[in-house]
Write a protein that binds this ligand. Structure first.
Ligand code: SAH
Length: 386
């Protein structure tokens, strides 16, 4: 549908936040309050057919049908885990025609909340050593319509599966891609997620996760109040340079300073640090102690993620004992530590397992190239620049 729409030059209203929608309507001679009406129909009620928007005049409905559309990604496949986690493969339209890209979206139900994990890019350019998405290379940024369209679509799909409309209480931008390298498209999507006129999610329950694009952490703070998660994975620059190569560009001291700025002056806000547990690599007691020093005085919580293996990753997950010992070392120093329960592993929906299908368009891969542990993908290609 979107493809047809694009060819016909129609605007996809799904990706316009309230300010953008108001501007678009005003340019067309419409009254600004129409923006909220449209947001209500599109996002709260999940309606994509303008003919059904009965409190708009017939003339406006007809004009919208000609000039606009509400088009979300297409579902290409669904997998449901034994633990209730669901993963969807989503097809995106490729503006140039040809085979479309595929991204993944995951819903994780828990007793008191339901978390939707959405993608922000087709593939990823950051090349973290232990992540399956990195192996896919990078193709392009998702549009704001494709980002918020995942939430729009998931609500519809969960309703079809008989779940409550409010089943999604949390959204995390922890799917494929680096959201802070696509802030221009991510911001309107975040605005819609937290707007009372659209999805009305709590700002604390919408989380942007970054591998550490320092200048963009500040930009995010200027424009949004959502929660910040940082994929840390190592307590010192030498190890982090290898595991998360963007650290070579923005080392830990700069990253930590940006995290402090992010929560400064915001009451009861904490940064979440993600730390993937890699056997023999970053899970020893001295790593825990160094991490404790690094995080001292910063309002934060630490989320330890058992490494989810994938073919050819070259890493193993730390033992349960090592993870517990690591957590205890930090708790003893007063840090808040949780261990992420692995969900959806039987359907490859766990952290770092999202792969989709990416038409890799990266140039040669050098920018963040670093010596690394374990086996790497065979082709020595370079990643797209920042
Ligand atoms: N680019 C952003 C968003 C992706 S979030 C970021 O790096 O934060 C995905 C999370 O899963 C990140 O914390 C990532 O480091 C982690 N992850 C990646 N591969 C993993 C794996 N194989 N096992 C467990 N966690 C992994």
């Amino acid at each position: 549908m979107e493809d047809t729409a694009r060819r016909a030059g129609r605007v996809n209203l799904l990706g316009l936040d309230e300010a953008a929608l108001r501007r678009w309507l005003e340019a067309d001679g419409e009254r600004p309050f129409r923006a909220r009406q449209l947001l209500g129909w599109i996002h709260r009620r999940g309606v994509d057919d303008f003919a059904c928007m009965t409190d708009l005049s017939k003339a406006l409905r007809a004009r919208l049908a000609e000039t606009a559309c509400v088009a979300a990604p297409r579902v290409l496949g669904t997998a449901v885990s034994a633990d209730g986690t669901r993963k969807w493969l989503l097809g995106l339209d490729d503006p140039a025609g040809g085979p479309g890209n595929v991204v993944e979206m995951v819903f994780i139900p828990e007793p008191n909340r339901g978390t939707l994990c959405v993608s922000s890019q087709v593939g990823c350019s950051l090349d973290c050593a232990f992540c399956a998405t990195a192996r896919q290379g990078f193709n392009r940024n998702l549009t704001s319509a494709e980002i918020v369209g995942q939430l729009w679509l998931a609500r519809r799909l969960l309703a079809e599966a008989g779940l409550e409309p409010g089943a999604i209480t949390n959204v995390v931008l922890m799917g494929m891609g680096e959201p802070l390298l696509n802030l221009r498209e991510v911001l309107p999507a975040l605005n819609l997620m937290v707007s009372d006129h659209a999805y009305g999610l709590s700002k604390r329950r919408v989380t942007v996760s970054t591998a550490g694009v320092v200048p963009m952490i500040d930009r995010l703070r200027e424009h949004s109040e959502v929660s910040l998660a940082v994929s840390l994975h190592a307590p010192d620059d030498a190890l982090r340079d290898e595991l998360v190569p963007i650290n070579r560009r923005f080392p830990l001291a700069e990253l930590m300073a940006a995290c402090r700025r992010y929560v400064a002056g915001r009451a009861r806000r904490r940064v979440t640090f993600e730390y993937v547990m890699l056997d023999g690599v970053n899970d020893r007691p001295e790593h825990a102690r160094a991490l404790g020093r690094l995080l001292r005085g910063l309002p934060c919580k630490l989320n330890l993620i058992p490494f989810n293996p994938f073919p050819g990753s070259g890493y193993r997950c730390s033992s349960a004992h090592a993870i517990e010992r690591f957590a205890e070392t930090l708790r003893a120093r007063g840090h808040v530590v949780t261990v992420r329960k692995t969900r959806g592993q039987d359907i490859d929906a766990a952290c770092g397992q999202l792969a989709g299908r990416v038409q890799d368009r990266s140039a040669r891969h050098l920018r963040f190239a670093a010596p690394r542990y374990g086996e790497r993908r065979p082709e020595a290609g370079a990643k797209a620049p920042l």
